[in-house]
Ligand binder design. Structure first.
Ligand code: GTP
Ligand code: ZN
Length: 211
């Protein structure tokens, strides 16, 4: 796998002005992004989020999942800290792609849960990979992460691939009636370490764009 850095620019957001670094995955032709804030080099572990693309949640305000809420919360926390990184990986639908995710949602509309729907379509529950994070982090001179995730399998996968995750920080936000069952399945079947009582409600999330 070859990840090639292409270009960097400023990215002003409602929370902070990040630096956006664009990478090309030569094997798949996909492009991936890292947003950084502050000086992320040096020995001090960097507050980080490894976020997998969810067009519906991240861009279209979907309440079926918690992705969009987590994306906003991660950027906000990084801005509050003044230093951090968000890797935005283009592996939509836990790696099955957008159109298959819509197929999976269709099955979920008929009663399947998120894992069963993937399996009925012939996919594993989670087809993502994280090995591309290593060259992206190397390029940014980031040596260790305090990772915002509820997913211990993500921590394990990153660690196996050579990313130094020194701490896991929960990111439980965006609970609403449309994603309650989904979040329960993630905790029950996918091993996410979270209880619904810890979640902030979607209605508490300030999605006002102040930029
Ligand atoms: N196949 C499929 N993918 C989904 C579904 N809902 C969300 N996704 C995708 O799941 C990915 C996000 O993964 P999650 O399982 O929500 O969370 P995570 O990244 O494992 O863990 P956190 O770090 O705690 O957010 C994104 O790529 C979404 O597009 C679904 O019902 N089916
Ligand atoms: Zn989502």
């Amino acid at each position: 796998m070859t990840i090639r850095f292409i270009a960097a620019s400023r990215l002003p957001t409602p929370w902070a002005t990040f630096t956006m670094h664009g990478f090309e995955d030569e094997a798949t032709g996909k492009d991936h992004i890292a947003l950084t804030l502050g000086d992320v080099t040096g020995d001090e572990p960097v507050l980080g989020r490894v976020h997998s693309e969810c067009l519906t949640g991240d861009a279209l305000f979907s309440m079926r999942c918690d992705c969009g809420y987590q994306l906003q919360e991660a950027l906000k926390r990084i801005a509050e800290e003044g230093r951090g990184v968000l890797l935005y990986l283009r592996q939509e639908g836990r790696g099955i792609g957008l159109l298959n995710k819509i197929r999976a949602y269709h099955l979920q509309d008929q009663g399947a849960d998120t894992v069963e729907a993937n399996e009925q379509l012939g996919f594993g529950a989670d087809m993502r990979r994280y090995d591309l994070c290593v060259p992206m982090l190397d390029h940014l001179n980031i040596t260790s992460l305090r990772l915002m995730t509820n997913n211990p399998r993500k921590v394990d996968a990153l660690t196996r691939d050579g990313v130094n995750v020194v701490e896991r920080l929960s990111i439980t936000t965006g609970l609403n009636p449309h994603n309650e069952q989904y979040l329960t399945t993630k905790a029950g079947k996918l091993g996410h370490m979270m209880v619904l009582d810890d979640f902030t409600q979607a209605s508490d999330v300030d999605i006002e764009r102040k930029g």
